[in-house]
Design a protein. Structure first.
Length: 365
């Protein structure tokens, strides 16, 4: 019996595909993606950025391929990185063919931009020949003209119709190694489209709110959109689309998954907003701890609460807990049990030491 049935997410089991060495769909973990913002022709800069993303825990990286020189660069890039590379293709179907031949693990094609059926079939052949998966990337900002004429504006039905047309086209030509996205910058449109699509197909879904905005705004929009879909059991891989350093996308993606108990990486800090009752400077303490513990990749829960109102209760649910106390008698807990008192000036060093010790224990178990 599950002690917390309210936290159970009944994830829809979709078809499993491969993006290079990464499984997407089925029983596989929900993967985190990002995209480079360097010039793809600048191989050194692109590889360096991908290495930074790998360090942050990314599973799959997308690289833009707007021209022939970019697709040629893929051959060098894929040899120097450890994660599968998705070639982002718009407008010219030949870029997709070239990318598949240059070693891309997946092709992201936009049905509204890629062109005629014959061109799509040539892309499918190249993908088959090179063991390359495809993402059907439907986007509200680039729907086919016929759909805009039919529906007058982007709507959930238009996005799903675009996906359905391409699903049938792929299936009719014996290509099944694909995933689908139906993105919009509008949260309502995005969520409704994904829900409709999930009801009618069993292929893995790539979740995202496209062009979500800045680090702060975009993270919130993405959390609302991606989060509620994941809670409904929908989604197999995610990308948080931000006007920020791509590493921030990976961090935000993991925070969404971490918040839902789906996948954890690093320290999960539960902290209060602080008030007049705080016995130590909570905000400054949390900021410092985030920086000093950023090297931790193993999952661990840490609560930092400024007073005794909720501190002991939160500490009971975390690996390590700190509760503020009067007269500089702050109390540290280990697995919900009182451990030792600590002065405010010693909090940072003591918490960092305990976290690192706890991680070593977990590794050695």
């Amino acid at each position: 019996m599950n002690l917390r049935p309210h936290r159970i997410i009944n994830r829809k089991k979709t078809k499993e595909i491969k993006v290079g060495k990464v499984s997407v769909g089925g029983n596989s973990i929900i993967s985190v993606q990002s995209m480079t913002n360097t010039l793809t022709t600048d191989v050194k800069a692109t590889v360096s950025q991908i290495h930074s993303l790998e360090k942050a825990g990314v599973d799959i990286v997308r690289v833009s391929c707007p021209d022939e020189e970019s697709t040629k660069s893929l051959k060098k890039i894929v040899k120097e990185v450890n994660v599968p590379i998705v070639a982002d293709i718009h407008f010219h179907y030949k870029r997709a063919i070239e990318a598949a031949e240059m070693g891309a693990s997946c092709l992201r094609i936009n049905p509204g931009n890629i062109g005629s059926k014959d061109r799509t079939l040539e892309v499918l052949k190249a993908a088959k020949d090179n063991n390359c998966s495809i993402r059907i990337g439907v986007n509200a900002g680039s729907l086919d003209k016929s759909l805009l004429e039919k529906y007058k504006e982007p709507c959930p039905e238009a996005l799903v119709d675009s996906a359905k047309y391409n699903i049938k086209l792929f299936e009719d030509n014996d290509f099944f190694n694909f995933k689908i996205s139906v993105k919009s910058s509008d949260i309502f449109l995005t969520v409704k489209a994904y829900k409709k699509l999930s009801e009618i197909c069993n292929y893995p879904l790539h979740l995202g709110v496209t062009e979500a905005g800045s680090l702060f705004t975009g993270s919130i929009k993405s959390s609302i959109g991606i989060g509620q879909l994941l809670m409904d059991g929908i989604g197999d891989t995610i990308r948080v689309s931000l006007s920020s350093d791509p590493v921030d996308e990976v961090k935000a993606g993991y925070e969404i998954l971490k918040s839902l108990g789906i996948r954890s990486r690093g320290v999960n800090i539960i902290s209060c907003p602080s008030c007049a009752r705080q016995a130590f400077p909570v905000i400054e303490t949390v900021k410092t701890l985030e920086k000093k513990l950023s090297h931790i990749t193993k999952p661990i829960n840490l609560s930092i609460i400024g007073c005794v109102v909720n501190g002991p209760g939160e500490a009971a649910q975390t690996d390590i807990g700190l509760t503020g106390g009067g007269q500089d008698n702050n109390l540290l807990y280990l697995s919900g049990i009182p451990h030792t008192k600590v002065a405010s000036t010693e909090i940072i060093d003591e918490v960092v030491k305990l976290v690192e010790e706890k991680i070593k224990e977990k590794i050695n178990k």
